[in-house]
Design a protein around this ligand. Structure first.
Ligand SMILES: *Cc1c(COP(=O)(O)O)cnc(C)c1O
Length: 362
C-alpha cells in the first residue's frame, strides 16, 4: 500500500459510504479511464473472473457455443466459458511472447468452422505482463469476424506500440486481486471502447434491476459490483501504479543482468514495440531437473518460487477439451520458474536469490 489508500477509505467511513456503490467507485473508474485513455469505458467489479464472465455473456456466448482460449494462462481465463455452458477450445502459445500463437489460432478457427461450428469468441491473455502479438492476433480475429476478450489481468501498465493493454479487445478485463501489480485486496474491472457494453455489464453486475420504483428484473443478474470501500483502496493504488511498474521492471533488469546466459538460463525478451510491466520475472532453465533443483534450493532457504502456469490443456478438469498445440506451453511449464518479483524486494534480497540460483546449476 502507498499512503493515499487510507485517505480514500477513511473518506468512505467518514461519509458513511459503506454501501456497495458510492463516490469512490466512480472515482476509481475515472482514474482507470484517465490512465488507459479517454476512448475506453470502465466498470469496476468484484473480480477479474466476474469481468470475464460478464464480458463473454455480453459478447453473446451461450450454452453449446465454443470459445477459443489461450491454454497457457491461469484457470480464471477459461472457467467463465464453462459457467456459461459453453466449451473452451485451447490454443498453444508462441515462443517470442509466450502468448496466443496467431498461426495456431487461425488453424483452430479454420478447423472449427469446417468441421464443427464457428467459435463465438477468442480469449487472448497478456501473461506475466507481456503483451500478446496484438497486430497478428487481432488480424486473424478480424478476418473471421470473431470478437476478442482481452485478458489483461496481469498487464495493467503494459503497452503495445504505445497503446495500453486493456484497450485492445472488444472487451478487456483487469484484476486487482491481492497478487496483481496493484490491488484492492480483491477486485476487477471490465473495459470496452463500446459504451453500451459497459452499461450492460454494470446493469448485469447489479442484479439486472430494471428502471422501476419496485424491484423488477427482465434478465438474470449477478452481484459483481465493486464496493465503495475497496474502490477507495484502488484510487490510492492508481497513484502508485507507475512506481510499481518501475520497481518490477528494475527487479527484472537485475535478474537479467546477473543471470542471462548463465549456464543456459534464458529470459523472455521484450520484442521491439512491446512494453511489459514485468509483473513477474520468469526464467527458463535448461531442463525440468535443473528447474526443480533451483526451486528446491530456494525453498530450502525459505524463498518461494513457482513453476510457470500449468497450461489448461494439461489440467485434469479440461483433459477432454479439444486443443491445438505444438508443444510450446508444455515446454515452458516444464522448464520455467517464476522468481520472487514483489515490489518491496531489496537489492540484498535479489542478490540472495541470484546467489542461490548460481550455486545450484548443473
Ligand atoms: C488473476 C487473473 C485472473 C482473475 O482475476 P481475479 O481478480 O483473481 O478474479 C484472470 N486471468 C488471469 C490471467 C489472471 O492472472
Amino acid at each position: 500500500m502507498g499512503n493515499a489508500e487510507r485517505v480514500f477509505v477513511e473518506e468512505a467511513f467518514k461519509t458513511n459510504w459503506i454501501a456497495p456503490l458510492g463516490p469512490n467507485v466512480t472515482g476509481f473508474e475515472n482514474d482507470i479511464k484517465s490512465y488507459l485513455g479517454e476512448d475506453v469505458h470502465i466498470g469496476a467489479l468484484s473480480s477479474g473472473t466476474g469481468a470475464i464472465h460478464l464480458g463473454l455473456e455480453i459478447l453473446g456466448v451461450s450454452p453449446g457455443d465454443e470459445v477459443l482460449c489461450q491454454s497457457f494462462t491461469f484457470s480464471a481465463s477459461a472457467n467463465p466459458i464453462v459457467y456459461l455452458g459453453a466449451k473452451p477450445i485451447f490454443i498453444d502459445s508462441e515462443s517470442n511472447t509466450w502468448n496466443l500463437s496467431p498461426i495456431l489460432l487461425e488453424k483452430a478457427i479454420k478447423d472449427r468452422i469446417e468441421n464443427y461450428k464457428k467459435p463465438k469468441a477468442i480469449i487472448a491473455v497478456h501473461l506475466y505482463g507481456m503483451p500478446y502479438d496484438t497486430d497478428a492476433v487481432h488480424e486473424v480475429a478480424q478476418k473471421y469476424d470473431i470478437p476478442i476478450l482481452e485478458d489483461s489481468a496481469e498487464a495493467l501498465g503494459s503497452s503495445y506500440k504505445g497503446k495500453k493493454c486493456g484497450t485492445f479487445g472488444a472487451i478487456g478485463i483487469l484484476s486487482f486481486n491481492g497478487n496483481k501489480i496493484i490491488t484492492t485486496s480483491g477486485g476487477g474491472a471490465i473495459t470496452s471502447p463500446n459504451k453500451k457494453y459497459i452499461e450492460k455489464a454494470i446493469h448485469l453486475a447489479t442484479q439486472a434491476r430494471d428502471a422501476a420504483p419496485h424491484y423488477q428484473h427482465s434478465n438474470i443478474g449477478y452481484n459483481y459490483r465493486m464496493s465503495n470501500v475497496l474502490a477507495g483502496i484502488g484510487r490510492g493504488q492508481m497513484q502508485v501504479l507507475q512506481d510499481r511498474v518501475n520497481t518490477r521492471r528494475a527487479n527484472h533488469e537485475f535478474y537479467l543482468k546477473n543471470l542471462d546466459g548463465f549456464e543456459g538460463i534464458d529470459f523472455l525478451k521484450e520484442p521491439k514495440d512491446y512494453f511489459s510491466n514485468r509483473w513477474l520475472t520468469c526464467i527458463l532453465t535448461p531442463s525440468y531437473e535443473a528447474r526443480e533443483t533451483i526451486r528446491l534450493a530456494l525453498q530450502n532457504e525459505n524463498i518461494e518460487s513457482r513453476p510457470l502456469w500449468k497450461p489448461m490443456h494439461l489440467q485434469p478438469v479440461f483433459k477432454s477439451n479439444p486443443n491445438y498445440m505444438d508443444g510450446t506451453s508444455e515446454d515452458l511449464f516444464l522448464r520455467g520458474l517464476c522468481l520472487p518479483s514483489g515490489s518491496n524486494l531489496s537489492e540484498i534480497d535479489l542478490e540472495r536469490v541470484v546467489g542461490i540460483i548460481k550455486n545450484n546449476l548443473p
